[in-house]
Design a protein around this ligand. Sequence first.
Ligand SMILES: [Zn+2]
Length: 311
Amino acid sequence: MKRFCFPCLVCALAMLAGCAPRPYERTAAALGLPEAGCRVEGRLVTIAGDGHTLAFEIGKRPAVVDGVRYHLNRPAGAEGIAPADAALLRHALAAPGTDAVSSVPRPRLVLLDAGHGGADRGCSVGDAWESQITLAIARETRRLLEAAGVRVLMTREAAKDERTLDDRVALAAGAPIDAFVSIHVNSAANPAAKGVEVFTLPLPGCDGTAADAKAWPAPLAGQAHLPQATRLALAVQRALLTHPTGPAPVDRGVRHAHFKVLRDTPAPAILIETGFLTNAEDAARLTSPEGRAVLAAAIAKGLLAAFDAAP
Ligand SMILES: [Zn+2]
């Protein structure tokens, strides 16, 4: 609990008079959950009700939104999360088709970006290369989306295709796409690092979840589409956290970074890290056709869940 300061004394007096706001009521209202209840345990705060739950820790960015880890753009404060974070989540959590700001409307055209390619093969372990894995997952995701009636473009079709980041952004800018989905594979020096994560841009003026090397001008092109991107990111991350036959991937959360394809794509854009090739459990999923099919099915399922309605 925070120290008893003058405004709290005012609140306490108002509470005695029966008209005080509940703790974090402002955040609940900003989330569009005015009837939600609030539980405070030390520095941990949980707001739950109206079908949604937000848990956060005062002073920290990691939070949990409807059971999915989500990194706030700013650390939560004693009065709740930043208004801009609450507004973004309110739009992202609205039921499909009910929120004009975050809806992902028809016609549904998705640009799938298989990370790396050509001479840039990305990360590797043994004879497994990121560029091959991302292409396999993207192809299967395309098949599933097309089967569901979604039109799909690919930034590259073959392992030999060279595509610069500028090429990929130009493709995104040259078509009326509803979503840009970049697929990657992670690696780390620590073989214990594992799990899935989905990136969006941070809000204007905010840092990424890893230390940013530079301050970015604001606003960036992609930031105009953050409500939709956040909706897509949460839905895809949620879908990735299930595995029908093997162990479920670890939830590393929806995170934020100033990746070029997120900065410069003039459409809702997400970048998916589908697991760590340097971790045995994740690598088993990434290097098997069955595991990649599960990942592709999750990506397609998440995207379809975020769209306004079934095609
Ligand atoms: Zn990559």
